[in-house]
Design a protein around this ligand. Sequence first.
Ligand code: NDP
Length: 362
Amino acid sequence: MKLNRQWQLARTPTQGYPVEEDFGFQEIAAPSPGDGQLLAKTLYLSLDPYQWGRRRNGTEKPGDVCHGRTVSQVIESRHEGYREGDILFNTNGWQEYGLTGRNISSFDYMTPRKLDRDLAPVSTALGVLGMLGLTAYAGSYLQCKPQAGETFVVSAASGGVGQIAGQIAKIVGCRVVGIAGKQEKCQFLVNTLGFDAAVSHLSDSFEEDLKMACPDGVDIYFENVGGKTFQSLLSIFNKNARISLCGLVSQYGNMDGKNPHDVWREMGQSTFDKKKMHVYSLFVGNYVADYQQRFLSEMGQWVSAGLVKYKEDLWPGLENAPTAFAAMLEGKNFGKTLVSVHDDPTLTDNIRNQRANVNVLA
Ligand code: NDP
């Protein structure tokens, strides 16, 4: 009998950010696939801020296996489309083994798909060539339609979504300014990703630094964090500026019962009106059906050509998932947060070189 280690939600969280007591570790028998199903072992688990929203708002219930998108390898298949050994993008959740296929209820608008191990490192299906990349592409490229010479600002700029959004604007020819926490992250944005400037929101002179970095004002803002960062931008938006409202990660720990999006709009509304600004709410699920293929083709070419680089924050071992999750929400991650659950059999030397920016954590 194969044992399946998994994390379940132990309680509906009441704390601002995740703590150990929110999660329970279980060891149970791995399931067997029924007709039209496959059993896959998790190679990489994606940790994303939206998962905290699901746990706090009761979508995920105590006793549920924690939700999470994964890259997995098929170990047993009764599904006509997959064979043992195939690598796929799926939604195993925070566990070692999971079922995919017919009659499995799983929240996901990105359906399982087989991955081509020769195209790119398979972990990219959870980052630059996955939901995060599509989010960045939809918000920066499709919604805000950046033009050469415009000033494009992105917050949480070294994170999974932010680093890609900024690089897309750079390809188009914008002046790109990234907002991040630690100096190490700011240096990475300028020195490795080629942003024009980076500003730390931890600095006492944050507002002045931001103004200095945007001498011609701000034409486009890709919003990932909200709060103080957003407030500091209000006075430097240009007339007709565009915002893609992607996320408000600085507000996810608030327990005041207010809807962060309502608070954000109240804060900005008079500026939006006065400057005739356009605010686009972003939900990546709305772009999957019409744009996923175009995105994969275009982003695939940018990544292969080295025009878009990416950084992953890789935590070893499923047991570290709650710690890594809290670290990501608190800004201690550096790049797209992933947990390596089982060894990746596709890792050749060539692929290892392509993943030179992986930050492997102890
Ligand atoms: P990240 O990898 O960017 O991790 C979160 C980052 O947020 C941290 O690394 C930290 O960076 C920053 N941060 C945390 N707290 C604060 C704070 N108080 N002030 C400023 N920055 C803070 O996460 P993702 O790339 O996965 O997600 C980015 C955003 O995109 C999130 O808001 C998420 O909800 C959203 N999202 C939205 C989607 C949609 O459909 N609309 C789909 C997917 C993601 P630093 O150390 O630099 O401060």
